[in-house]
Design a protein around this ligand. Structure first.
Ligand code: G1P
Length: 276
């Protein structure tokens, strides 16, 4: 069985909902208190056994590269001013043996197009996808839960949660085979952001473990919802030929791509600080 060692992080999005904060700073670098959103996502992946982190990025996102690189000047200043304790904050042990790769997506043609940019790096392996906007707190983490479920089922698997009716049109929505129950569900269909006739209230979260076959379906896709090439459409095609599972993960999710979710995440983690 092939182990999941690679994770793709699409980070080329514009972050329009957070302007003006995101005019000069990538939205993924917005802090949840003192740690940028993207670091939570990479930490989640690395703690789940990922050793290759692949960012699909754009020319406005250089700060992400800098964040995961060494900053010798700052390190030296901290060393020389008796602030050695801060060194592990900027140069974390858990990232020491991780390979970081950056691929530029020239124009924002959607999540499906972003993932297709990782094909040459993923090659013939199954891999994880993490959308950093979705901050999910749990131990074991959401991606760890999906990787374990992948290991048990040997098929692509997507994180799912139930959403209220009025939020259905914000997500990829799945229908499941009548015979399936429990946490691991066999998918029947998937549709991106349905405005009417949604098949269920089971929404896709930003965590996937996919077979590399997904690239075959992504390659010939036309843009759809929002004029973008959608990963959901490729999964829909894949479902016709192979098993794809959904997994009702455990954890609290904050949609940090929205102001509401972002503030709630900060509020939640702030409680821990007040309790210290
Ligand atoms: C993307 C996917 C969608 C999924 C969502 C999870 O949408 O296209 O299927 O439900 O992530 O966060 P986006 O939020 O990028 O519009």
């Amino acid at each position: 069985m092939k182990k999941i060692t690679k994770a793709v992080f699409p980070v080329a999005g514009l972050g329009t909902r957070f302007l003006p904060a995101t005019k000069a700073i990538p939205k993924e670098m917005l802090p949840i208190i003192d740690k940028p959103l993207i670091e939570y996502a990479v930490e989640e992946a690395v703690n789940a056994g990922i050793t290759e982190v692949i960012f699909i990025t754009s020319h406005t996102k250089r700060a992400i590269e800098d964040h995961f690189d060494q900053n010798f000047e700052l390190e030296e200043k901290l060393m020389n001013s008796g602030k050695k304790d801060f060194l592990n904050k900027i140069n974390r042990d858990i990232f020491q043996n991780i390979k970081f790769t950056y691929v530029r997506q020239k124009s924002q043609n959607g999540l499906g197009d972003a993932i297709l940019h990782s094909e040459h790096l993923i090659q013939d392996e199954p891999f994880a996808i993490i959308l950093a906007d979705d901050l999910i707190l749990n131990s074991p983490s959401c991606i760890k839960q999906l990787i374990s479920a992948y290991e048990q089922n040997q098929s692509s698997i997507i994180g799912l949660n139930e959403v209220p009716k009025n939020e259905i049109e914000k997500y990829g929505i799945v229908s499941v085979q009548e015979s399936s129950s429990g946490k691991t569900l066999l998918l029947k269909d998937i549709i991106e952001k349905p405005k009417t006739n949604a098949p269920s209230n089971l929404a896709v979260v930003g965590r996937y473990v996919l077979s590399n076959k997904i690239f075959e379906y992504l390659r010939n896709l036309e843009p759809s919802v929002g004029g973008e090439v959608q990963l959901t459409d490729a999964i829909k095609l894949m479902l016709k030929n192979e098993k794809v599972m959904g997994y009702l993960y455990e954890g609290i999710k904050f949609d940090c791509g929205s102001r509401h979710g972002y503030v709630n995440a900060i509020r939640h983690l702030a409680e821990e600080i007040f309790e210290e």
